[in-house]
Design a binder for this molecule. Structure first.
Ligand SMILES: [Zn+2]
Length: 197
């Protein structure tokens, strides 16, 4: 019933995270009703996103430069590194204005059913970073999400980082289990940072 192009678009969008075929169809139809100029702007933006977005060479945060804004900031505490699963987890932590150290983005969590072992994450890069740090790293805060995979990743990190840093902490558990950092409210997250153990 649908034009071929529209069907192809729905197929493409169905591959995006957290979108089933129904939401994909809804999005595609929404796009189909947009004015041509708006769609062209969007297409241009999508085409340029790869060239204009890269990963920070130190922390793997998204940036348009070699080092991200946080790693470049001389006022940040270089001796504390907060380890997060995803670049998007940095935003809510920054909003709390309670953390002044640096970050390290793992790029996911350990998940054996999905074939994701530690070697697929930026863990060796973290180990190298700690060893090469100009100022010795005094604390690693592990801020993975409170899920089975997040906990598994935390246990692994604790094991491999123990010999390298004097203090490893986790965010305080004001965070309810299975709630992602990205959805936690600021006050809860601020408490979680201050209450880290
Ligand atoms: Zn960075």
């Amino acid at each position: 019933m649908l034009p071929d192009q529209l069907k192809q678009l729905i197929d493409k969008i169905s591959d995006w995270p957290n979108l089933g075929p129904r939401s994909a169809a809804r999005l595609a139809l929404y796009l189909a009703r947009k004015p041509q100029t708006e769609l062209e702007e969007l297409a241009e933006l999508i085409k340029s996103i790869k060239q204009s977005t890269k990963l920070c060479r130190q922390c793997f945060n998204l940036t348009n430069q070699d080092l991200c804004e946080i790693c470049r900031d001389p006022k940040r505490d270089q001796t504390v590194i907060c380890v997060v699963e995803d670049s998007l987890d940095i935003l809510p932590l920054e909003k709390t204005k309670r953390f002044f150290g640096l970050y390290h983005v793992l790029g996911g969590t350990i998940s054996p059913p999905d074939g994701i072992g530690p070697e697929k994450l930026n863990i060796q890069a973290l180990i190298n970073r700690i060893k090469a740090s100009p100022q010795p790293v005094a604390e690693i805060i592990i801020a993975t999400n409170p899920t089975v995979e997040g906990d598994m990743t935390t246990l692994y990190l604790e094991k491999v980082l123990q010999p390298l840093v004097p203090k490893i902490t986790r965010l305080g558990r004001g965070l309810s289990s299975n709630s992602d950092l990205q959805y936690a409210d600021e006050a809860t997250l601020a408490d979680a940072i201050l209450g880290r153990r």
